[in-house]
Design a protein around this ligand. Structure first.
Ligand code: NAD
Length: 368
């Protein structure tokens, strides 16, 4: 296979995890890295994520066959403009990892239009609250969508080359228009982050007058607000680079709140019941119920007491059975019970496991 030089600018969580994924399938490629801070440069080199590092972005760009920008959105645009001034290899592929796409793609189309390069906007849809090369994870993108947003500068074969380069990420590659990407993510990601932070804000203010608020908050509130712990810098850039779609979602949501508020005022039981029933049905049907993009899984739910080794005991009984996933759902009464959810690949494993647990323990067992 042809030996290539890959340049990853930004060795944070995303950039360094991409580097590990490229290494997995292309150990013979040379990976060069840029990072502003010394710590991640050091880690990336020590852990052999990259072969060489620099703190000068322009230094390695002319050597690369592929350049992946994995820095904050504003800096991605800044680097695209710098690339326009550099002497790059002919037909080099330039890509990025920014969480919003339209502004980045528009900046690239404008800045790079006179150059013989190829550009493909991209958004690997996985992450965590961690940052820096110390958080690098070769499996970060496994089964996650890796979205490409083609534009004029995405010439024939560009996406195929990128898919080949990134095969070791084990991601699900998909193509979508940049504006449509920003609209869809405003609904399923950007707006929910606003809601989570608003809920935290509201609860914090309420706690001032109603002290028990913070103590009573349990499973449901925690699930709704987990993402309020996200990194503020990244979310500020996302809101600032996708304003139209996000503002439109906020206005839409206000109307939905007004509708349910009206139904409560009018004590309209049917409207309220249908509101919850509809939410329940669409959530059940949504892809979030299919883990890791595989269509069907078989779940068992076991009501386990909050006792030492209770979960280990259940797993011991299932030794030898192939388990896809384990999740502990803490109920409101976290101090008493937890629901242990175990996912199997097929119905036989599920039914056999349920039988064993029912016979060998006194725990309540429910099937999906
Ligand atoms: P990170 O904080 O782990 O890394 C950011 C990198 O950018 C670091 O290497 C940092 O040194 C560098 N950087 C920051 N400001 C810079 C500046 N002004 N000049 C030069 N370098 C600078 O963040 P990350 O999670 O790896 O995010 C990188 C990109 O990936 C962002 O565009 C983000 O929108 C996108 N992204 C993040 C996630 C996520 O959940 N973390 C998911 C998908 C895409």
């Amino acid at each position: 296979m042809e030996k290539r030089i890959i340049y990853i600018a930004g060795l944070g969580l995303i950039g360094s995890s991409i580097a590990l994924g490229i290494r997995r399938d292309h150990p013979d490629y040379t990976i060069l890295g840029y990072n502003r801070g010394e710590e991640s440069r050091k880690i990336a080199l020590e852990k052999r994520m990259v072969d060489q590092v620099t703190d000068q972005f322009a230094e390695f760009a002319p050597l690369a066959d592929v350049i992946i920008l994995a820095v904050p959105i504003k800096q991605t645009i800044e680097f695209i403009r710098q690339l326009a001034t550099l002497d790059l290899k002919k037909d080099v592929i330039i890509s990025d990892a920014g969480s919003t796409k339209a502004e980045i793609v528009a900046a690239a189309e404008e800045a790079l239009k006179e150059k013989t390069i190829r550009f493909i906007g991209a958004h690997p849809m996985a992450g965590s609250h961690k940052s820096g090369a110390s958080a690098a994870d070769v499996n970060l993108f496994e089964n996650a969508y890796y979205i490409f947003t083609p534009s004029h500068l995405t010439k024939d074969g560009t996406i195929a080359e990128m898919k080949n380069l990134l095969s070791g990420l084990h991601a699900r590659f998909i193509e979508i228009d940049a504006n449509e990407h920003d609209r869809v993510t405003s609904q399923i990601s950007h707006f929910p982050h606003i809601l989570a932070s608003s809920l935290m804000d509201q609860a914090a203010a309420y706690t001032q007058q109603h002290e028990m608020t913070q103590h009573f908050a349990a499973g449901g509130f925690r699930d709704m607000t987990r993402i309020a712990e996200s990194e503020p810098g990244m979310w500020t850039s996302i809101l600032l680079t996708n304003p139209d779609a996000i503002l439109e979602r906020i206005e839409d949501f206000k109307k939905r709140l007004d509708t349910i508020s009206g139904a409560i005022q009018n004590k309209n039981e049917d409207v309220i019941w249908n509101f919850f029933q509809h939410g329940r049905q669409v959530r059940k049907a949504m892809e979030i119920h299919k883990r890791a993009g595989v269509d069907s899984f078989y779940d068992i739910f076991i009501n386990v007491p909050d006792e030492e080794d209770a979960i280990l005991g259940v797993l011991e009984l299932l030794r030898g059975t192939s388990i896809v996933n384990i999740h502990i759902n803490e109920e409101n009464r976290e101090d008493i019970n937890g629901i242990l959810q175990i996912t199997f690949k097929n119905r036989d494993d599920l039914e056999r496991s349920a039988k064993i647990i029912r016979e060998k323990t006194h725990y309540q067992v429910f099937l999906d």
